[in-house]
Design a protein around this ligand. Structure first.
Ligand SMILES: Cc1cc2nc3c(=O)[nH]c(=O)nc-3n(C[C@H](O)[C@H](O)[C@H](O)COP(=O)(O)O)c2cc1C
Length: 313
């Protein structure tokens, strides 16, 4: 069942998560083709947008015909964040998401990402300035709190709604948890009950059963899928119960081709070395191939290795 984020219609309840180093245009385009209702870029720095950095431009690539797309920005200066929302490079996106959940020390040290969970007044000002600056729906993604003694998700969610956010994504872990332990669905459910805007539940969706359980238990409008989609974009067909015939070699080649349109060859090789290992994760006898792929220096070498492996199967 679809739903709206502001005026943007999201036709499926499964959304691709922003993941630094992974949510590139290849994964976003493939996920969209398998039925993701929305895809989100990895976080980009609001400051870096001012400098027209070519690397930032690569992170913001889109393919024609994709389902609605969101771009995620991070920063803690309200005016710089609002200015980023008006940057021409962001205008092709349907939704602008603000990162208030990143636990990486480098980010938190600057007062960005999850540091904003401890500064609700500043977080509110950032959201309000962003909302004022653009007609696009502003959404916010955050964790449930700093640690088990400071679970603030309900209060934070209400603040986001009041400040004008059109949807929120809640990752059901604390900052202290990192990626360990389980996503707290109870807290996500409390958030769903506390606000009227759509809530997207993030954390631990790995297959159809977990997808269904998270949606039913929390009452969330949608479920975000992160790690389980890396090397497995067909998870969006699986959770939407669509029959799908998967050709891993073809998927990998499609992913490479999407990146080739916007990245220099060297960057495609470096990025794809790790990503291909994820595509191979459920296949047998891949250790030798993986060893060769992570050491390969050109796309030709990578393609030859893959062709040899898959043709022998
Ligand atoms: C490698 C990696 C990079 C991530 N980068 C981002 C990011 O840029 N922005 C963000 O909001 N969350 C980021 N996350 C968090 C995910 O969006 C998601 O909330 C989290 O992985 C839990 O969902 P999952 O269990 O489906 O992976 C990242 C997670 C991973 C594993």
């Amino acid at each position: 069942m679809g739903f709206y984020i502001g005026n943007v219609y999201i036709k499926s309840n499964a959304i691709l998560a922003p993941m630094a180093g992974f949510s590139d245009v290849g994964l976003r385009a493939l996920s969209s083709s398998y039925g993701a209702g929305l895809t989100v870029t990895e976080m980009v720095s609001a400051k870096s947008l001012e400098y027209n950095n070519p690397k930032t431009k690569m992170l913001l690539a889109l393919e024609p015909g994709m389902s609605p797309s969101a771009v995620q920005i991070f920063g803690s200066d309200p005016l710089c964040m609002a200015k980023a929302c008006t940057n021409t490079a962001l205008q092709k996106f349907d939704i602008i998401d603000i990162n208030m959940g990143c636990p990486t020390p480098k980010i938190v040290k600057n007062g960005d990402g999850s540091a904003l969970l401890s500064n609700m007044a500043l977080a509110e000002e950032i959201i309000k300035e962003c909302v004022k600056s653009t007609k696009k729906p502003i959404t916010v993604k955050f964790r449930i709190g700093i640690d088990a003694d400071n679970i603030i998700a309900v209060e934070f969610a209400k603040m986001c709604e009041k400040a004008g956010a059109k949807a929120i994504t809640v990752h059901g872990r604390t900052v202290a948890q990192g990626y360990s332990g389980k996503s707290n669905l109870q807290v996500i459910k409390q958030v769903v009950q506390a606000v009227k805007i759509p809530v997207i539940a993030s954390g631990d969706c790995i297959d159809y059963n977990s997808y269904k359980y998270i949606l039913d238990y929390t009452g969330a409008a949608a479920v975000m899928i992160g790690r389980a989609a890396i090397g497995c974009p067909e998870i969006f067909a699986i959770v939407n119960q669509k029959q799908v015939k998967v050709d891993k070699l073809k998927q990998i080649k499609q992913h490479i081709n999407y990146l080739k349109k916007v990245y220099p060859e060297r960057a495609v090789v470096l990025n794809m070395r790790g990503i291909i290992c994820h595509y191979l994760k459920n296949l047998s006898n891949t250790s030798d191939l993986k060893c060769k792929i992570v050491r390969s220096d050109s796309l030709l070498e990578i393609i030859n290795l893959l062709n040899d492996f898959f043709n022998k199967k």
